[in-house]
Design a protein around this ligand. Sequence first.
Ligand code: HEC
Length: 106
Amino acid sequence: MPKLIGALSLAAALVCSSAATAGDADAGDKRYHESCHACHGPAGKGVSSYPKVSGNPVEYTREKLQGYRSGQKFGPNSALMIMMAKPLSDEEIENLAVYLKDAKYE
Ligand code: HEC
């Protein structure tokens, strides 16, 4: 019996974690407009020295945001992004990455 309970809770954990990594583009859209739009422009199309952040694979954006969040430097202006990424949760990063993958500026 304890084995069965163990298996069930493992299955539940797996289901939950896969749901958490699916990402919610609408929530990402909202979050983007709260703190990213000012620099990266509408739908992540980029503005002057702020890079385009839309149209990249989810894994790419996730890796960048997790990197910045942990204080990693990529380009010469990483300090700005490190500051922006610090407060993001894993879920927010996932939502932002899913939103940005297909975000289009019309
Ligand atoms: C204060 C302006 C500013 C804000 C606000 C900002 N960014 Fe950035 N972002 C930058 C700059 C500048 C870079 C390039 C940093 C570097 O040189 O590494 C960058 C880089 C990035 C990159 C990596 C692009 C690449 O291909 O290397 C991603 C992804 C990104 N930002 C997403 C976001 C998200 C999501 C938000 C909102 C939570 C956000 N940014 C808010 C200025 C900003």
